[in-house]
Ligand binder design. Structure first.
Ligand SMILES: Cc1ncc(C[n+]2csc(CCOP(=O)(O)OP(=O)(O)O)c2C)c(N)n1
Ligand SMILES: [Mg+2]
Length: 1015
């Protein structure tokens, strides 16, 4: 039978142009194969076939304008169309609708029941109490005993179930006082439930002590050499056990059999990580002595910086808050790769260590909801709750652990509190009345900090002393015993049990809240003091105390000299340490990449973009989307593309991607989208390729970084293309862009709707006139502001070649606009391609009158104003010009400073010419330069143009109006360019000044208008 493929519902569009026909007569096509590409003035989208069969006739041609219902092709086929069969079943209720109805009916029944029970209860006299006192202890005991018996007979799950039911019930009955956010201030895992480590605790303690010593020694030695070097001792001192247990027992390294766990080390604990690597023989004494002295090769970076130690550090974490959010999106990206079939599921885990003070950063907790929603059970947060940040306590008047428990629990995380060490177990076991727990709950962090700063007698008096029963409980203990009552995060047993439990958790991410002591072991001047964070020196007395506290095998002399200590490779400690790592597959941290390069797509994929669009007007954003659509047909590149969008796909005309490659959703799509009849309907899919991040630029950047470093973390290169409102890019998430550079991220950042006058109606907080200045400061970021389709295509292809074929550690920032205009074909001159990439090329020469000449440099959409100005200058004023398209002032400047530096350092050699000089030195006349960005953008090249140079730009706050009015306001429209050019020529005494005066009048330019920076 014959089937006619018609134009489906394409939303609000009518008469949409056919820009590509993707099949030929006689082709056998399958269902969902793309047949034609349609392009409206906003987006392009491929139309898939809903039939299988042979193409009998093609009933449209390129350039035709079609609307819904128009015939596209005719196929001969045996199968019925999906749409027609859909119609037949339309009357039936879809199964999920039935479910919804059933659920609704069920709740109706429940409501009836509730009403009945409500009646019963209402009859009862209610005892209301607003206080927290126990008004009926017998009744309380009965309830507690019932619960104990359930726990004993049916286990904790049943008990938990009953409690949940009780809470739900009381809530339904009108009690809004239900508090389930927090559990008491004790460990989540009871001593009986703790899984014990099989490790040799004695030897592990020795190793830990050695690591502690060497870490502190490294910082102290550096500061003895030069106090300006700085460093931290207190943070790692509090976290040593947390890292050691992981290193000895849990964290699996990358090797040829396993992808490796990914560990985000807390930035300021770097000294401890170096100290362990030293014991492992990975770093030498000489290297430790070069801590924070990196100018000569071989030094150790202050913090985890992959850029500076590319074979060691994997994740830059020291800008607080970035590590946690990046780790969440890393965990999500792992699942994305697995669900898309690009990575084997090996049960790899992502561990992120953060400080308790760090949790105040909005980025730290801002995405924890996503982690729970996406069921990231591959993610483990460890919050080192030493109760202090830099200046003082994190929550002096409260308890950070309890606060975080509530927040994480509320977000749906598995929360494991590791508060008390094993020495507390017997006391807690004796606490039959719950008084000890009550006291633990009462004390605030400010007090807990003081307890560890002031000694055992103080704890006896201030903590236990509050209640005689508690004083009694510790009456047999000496002050030293009380002092020894340790905190959970310093107890390897408790930490091991927590890690083990976290590893086994399914379905939710886990957070471990570990209570520790800042500056643990640092003695009177450093332990648990408000000044601990910045302590980078330890006096002789403190060092001796440190040695004794951790039983280090060092003589007084060795301590005084702050010598490193590494036992011989045959010692039990070193053997044990190495064996542990061997069992876990190798070294950590270690940064490697075995990713294969991706072949650059053939030039013809980009050839359509190098042709003129004729009279057809298009924006560079649309051309980019067209280009991505073409790239999705390249078998090497297509699966690796990761389009990332923060809720702006429709703004950029990318909704066609929803159907074509789907939106990643780990649970697929559980609903029929409201626009399911339309061609670009919202399609979520477990194998979806698009990362639709919602209104979340920080998350989108984190996703982009995860994808752009996949070549190292997963040994598979991915090509992330993150498209955003340019104003909400570098300005909003600049710190992420900096971290991305450090992390050697490869990928494309596309600042769309860019330019201060190009995005007309949105105004001050949307109109970007400076992102290129911000991007310019990142050394490995290459940024471009192209005007025409062929420029964009050339830059993009080069980006693919350099980042994915040559595997260079650079990334691209490209701005695209939403202004529609016709695009010329790529000039044939062979220098054009190189010029586009270097930053400028001669676009057009106006050489009619051969008398007066001016050089006009324009970038982005303002180049078009330059071209128009050149035409007016020629026509109305007989002035010739060269119009240069500047694709990147940033690139021009980078090259020029390099050449200048070379010339200055090689005074004896023949000076080299920079590229700007190459272009301009033989030209005539002064230079006028403008872009849709602030003048500083053009000014970057000012020192290298050996001619009179004048720059114009969009300095000042943006505002809403039409493009024409905005360009006039910011003085980058063709009329201002003409006027300024005439004035410049007059100033250079090349023409009389009356021409400029005439132009000012002619174009109604008010010379008295204040400069836009003051408006
Ligand atoms: C974004 C950012 N702001 C400020 C700092 C400076 N800073 C470094 S560590 C620190 C305090 C850290 O406290 P916490 O998170 O509790 O970690 P701890 O050292 O106590 O483990 C501060 C403010 C930073 N590194 N990053
Ligand atoms: Mg802290």
């Amino acid at each position: 039978m014959k089937n006619k493929l018609l134009v489906p519902d394409i939303g609000d569009f009518e008469k949409v142009e056919i820009i590509e026909i993707l099949v030929k007569t006689g082709d056998n096509i399958k269902k969902n194969d793309s047949v034609v590409t349609l392009e409206s003035d906003k987006s392009s989208v491929e139309v898939p076939s809903i039939y299988e069969g042979t193409v009998e006739s093609i009933d449209v041609k390129i350039g035709d304008k079609v609307s819904k219902g128009d015939l596209i092709i005719t196929l001969s086929s045996e199968k019925k169309s999906e749409y027609s069969s859909k119609k037949n079943t339309e009357e039936k209720i879809p199964p999920h609708t039935e479910n919804i109805i059933k659920e609704a009916e069920d709740t109706l029944v429940l409501k009836e029941e509730v009403k009945e029970s409500e009646k019963k209860i209402k009859r009862k006299e209610k005892i209301e109490t607003s206080g927290k006192e126990d008004i009926d202890p017998t009744e309380t005991r009965e309830w507690i005993e019932s619960l104990s018996s359930v726990l004993e007979n049916d286990g904790k799950n049943r008990a938990q179930f009953l409690i949940k039911k009780l809470i739900e019930h009381s809530y339904k009955e009108g009690s809004d006082l239900v508090l389930s956010r927090n559990t008491p201030y004790i460990n989540t895992i009871s001593p009986e439930e703790e899984i014990k480590s099989s490790g040799d605790q004695n030897i592990e303690r020795k190793i830990r002590s050695l690591i502690r010593w060497n870490a502190a020694a490294m910082v102290v030695r550096a500061n003895k050499k030069n106090p300006e070097l700085g460093g931290h001792i207190g943070t790692f001192a509090s976290a040593a056990t947390l890292y050691d247990v992981g290193m000895n027992h849990f964290w699996r390294a990358k090797n040829n059999k396993f992808g490796g766990d990914l560990i985000y080390f807390q930035g300021h604990s770097a000294p401890g990580v170096y100290a362990r690597a030293f014991l492992e023989g990975r770093l030498s004494e000489k290297q430790l002595d070069r801590f924070r002295q990196e100018v000569n090769p071989g030094g150790l970076s202050s913090y985890p910086h992959p850029w500076l130690m590319p074979e060691f550090w994997q994740f830059p974490t020291v800008s607080m808050g970035l590590g946690p959010i990046m780790s969440i999106y890393q965990a999500r990206f792992n699942k994305y790769l697995i669900n898309r079939g690009l990575l084997k599921d090996e049960g790899r885990k992502i561990w992120c260590f953060l400080g308790d003070g760090e949790t105040d950063e909005p980025e730290s907790l801002g995405a924890i909801g996503l982690a729970a929603r996406e069921k990231l059970d591959n993610l483990i947060f460890v919050v080192n709750c030493n109760l202090q940040r830099l200046d003082g306590p994190v929550r002096g008047n409260g308890k950070i652990i309890q606060e975080l428990e509530g927040i994480f629990r509320g977000a749906g995380w598995n929360v494991i509190k590791v508060i008390w060490g094993s020495y507390w177990d017997s006391l807690l076991a004796k606490d039959k009345t719950g008084l000890l727990i009550k006291r633990m709950d009462e004390a605030v962090d400010g007090e807990y900090q003081a307890f560890k700063a002031k000694g055992g007698a103080y704890v006896r008096e201030k903590f236990f002393g509050k209640y005689p029963e508690l004083l009694d409980m510790v009456s047999q203990m000496t002050d030293k015993d009380i002092w020894k009552l340790n905190r959970g995060g310093h107890d390897p047993h408790k930490v091991y049990a927590a890690y083990k439990s976290a590893m086994q958790n399914k379905g939710t991410p886990t957070v471990i809240l570990a209570k520790t002591i800042k500056g643990y072991g640092m003695g009177k001047s450093g332990e648990s003091m408000n000044t601990t964070h910045q302590q980078k020196k330890l006096g002789e007395e403190d060092l001796l105390y440190y040695r004794d506290r951790f039983d280090l095998p060092l003589t007084d002399e060795q301590v005084k000299n702050v010598e490193y200590y590494r036992p011989s490779p045959n010692s039990a400690e070193i053997k044990y340490l190495k064996e542990c790592r061997l069992k876990l597959g190798g070294n950590l941290p270690e940064r490697t990449s075995f990713a294969k390069s991706i072949k650059t797509p053939p030039v013809d994929i980009f050839s359509a973009m190098k042709e003129s669009t004729g009279t057809k007007e298009m924006s560079t954003t649309m051309i980019l989307v067209r280009m991505l659509t073409s790239l999705l047909r390249d078998k090497n590149v297509a699966p690796r593309l990761v389009p990332i969008i923060p809720d702006e796909a429709r703004t950029f005309g990318m909704e066609g991607f929803f159907q074509k490659i789907g939106i990643y959703a780990h649970e697929g799509q559980k609903y029929e989208p409201v626009d399911s009849e339309q061609l670009s309907s919202y399609r979520e899919d477990i194998k979806g390729q698009v990362l639709e991040e919602g209104i979340n630029e920080a998350g989108a950047m984190s996703s982009w970084i995860a994808a752009g470093t996949s070549y190292s973390n997963h040994d598979i290169s991915m090509i992330p293309i993150y498209i955003f409102y340019s104003m909400f890019g570098f300005q909003r998430t600049g710190d992420f862009a900096w971290a991305a550079g450090d992390n050697q991220t490869r990928g494309f950042l596309i600042g769309a709707t860019a330019g201060r006058t190009t995005l007309a109606g949105e105004g001050l907080q949307h109109g970007d006139g400076h992102s290129h200045i911000m991007s310019s400061v990142i050394p490995n970021c290459k940024s471009y502001d192209p005007t025409f389709g062929y420029e964009l295509a050339t830059i993009f292809r080069e980006g693919l070649r350099r980042m994915y074929e040559k595997q260079e550690n650079i990334f691209y920032y490209i701005t695209t606009m939403n202004e529609n205009y016709p695009h010329p074909s790529m000039p044939k001159d062979k220098n054009v391609e190189a010029g586009i990439l270097k930053g400028m090329y001669l676009f057009k020469e106006f050489n009619k009158y051969k008398k007066t000449k001016i050089q006009l440099l324009g970038s982005g959409t303002v180049l078009r104003e330059m071209i128009a100005a050149a035409e007016i200058l020629q026509k109305d004023y007989r002035i010739d010009s060269n119009v240069w398209s500047v694709t990147s002032f940033n690139e021009l400047r980078k090259e020029a400073i390099e050449v200048e530096r070379y010339n200055l350092l090689n005074p004896d050699k023949k000076p080299k010419q920079n590229y700007i000089e190459e272009c301009l030195s033989t030209t005539e006349g002064p230079v006028v330069s403008a872009s849709d960005y602030v003048r500083l953008n053009s000014d970057q090249i000012r020192p290298f143009v050996r001619k009179s140079f004048y720059s114009f730009g969009t300095d000042g706050y943006g505002r809403s109006d039409t493009r024409k009015n905005l360009r006039k306001f910011f003085e980058v429209d063709k009329e201002h360019i003409v006027t300024y050019s005439l004035s410049v020529l007059a100033k250079e005494q090349l023409i009389p000044s009356k021409y400029a005066q005439d132009a000012i009048k002619k174009y109604n330019i008010d010379p008295e208008k204040p400069i836009p920076t003051k408006l």
